[in-house]
Design a protein around this ligand. Structure first.
Ligand code: SAM
Length: 222
């Protein structure tokens, strides 16, 4: 698949795209991840990408022209254009799974007060939020989405089973993990994990996943 991130801060993304799973996905030829500076599509002597809001008020608003030009130069009939915004649909694991089936995502990042409404009305396919808080710009939000999507592409994770058991994949938060040493300070690993009894381990993990979900995210249990 291909993901294009459109931002005024490409450097914020470049380091992250060159590390860990996003790097590995590209090296394995499973994903093409590109970041572009929206200002490259701005025109005029000063390459202006923002202007004051009609009606007055604080801050600046990102202009239509460079954004339309950027998206229209990258878009194909298969592209899904997603605007990162705190006012969007909440991003969830099932959305990441859906996006991982898509051939091409264009993630559009705002800055300042936001983006001219005509971009939302006439250019983007959907508005997406990574949570109920406000970031300074959309680059970090786009990286969050890119990472969550890319790690679901078949072949990216070393152990394919690990994504299937992650939090949210089965409607629960994940069970606790332990590794060596057996005893750290006075805290020991639960006996059941040393038993070699696979059914008992699976049952214990399910129980712990339920307890953790009940404690931290009771909303997931309905
Ligand atoms: N004035 C906007 C509002 O109240 O909805 C907030 C603008 S925010 C300072 C600037 C940009 O950061 C947004 O256009 C968006 O691209 C990005 N952003 C901020 N918080 C976000 C979130 N929770 N999810 C996705 N993008 C976010």
């Amino acid at each position: 698949m291909r993901i294009d991130i459109l931002t005024l801060f490409p450097k914020l993304c470049e380091g992250a795209l060159a590390e860990s799973m996003m790097k590995r996905a590209q090296e394995k030829g499973l994903a093409t991840l590109r970041v572009h500076n929206i200002r490259d599509w701005a025109t005029g002597k000063h390459l202006v990408a923002d202007d004051t809001p009609y009606g007055g008020g604080q801050g600046m608003v990102m202009k239509c022209e460079p954004i339309f030009a950027a998206v229209e130069s990258l878009r194909t009939p298969e592209s899904r254009v997603v605007l990162m915004t705190p006012a969007g649909r909440p991003f969830r694991q099932e959305i990441a799974a859906g996006y991982s089936q898509a051939p091409h995502l264009i993630l559009l990042c705002g800055h300042y007060e936001g983006i001219d409404q005509r971009v939302i009305d006439h250019l983007v396919d959907e508005e997406l939020s990574i949570g109920d808080y406000v970031l300074t710009n959309g680059a970090i939000a786009a990286l969050v989405v890119t990472d969550a999507v890319v790690r679901l592409l078949p072949g990216v994770l070393g152990d394919e089973a690990s994504a299937a058991e992650d939090s949210f994949s089965q409607g629960l938060l994940e069970y606790p993990h332990y590794t060596r040493p057996l005893t750290f300070r006075e805290w020991t690993v639960p006996d059941v994990l040393l038993s070699g009894h696979h059914a008992a381990i699976a049952q214990w993990r399910r129980q712990k996943a339920l307890e953790k979900t009940q404690k931290n995210r009771p909303d997931l249990l309905g």
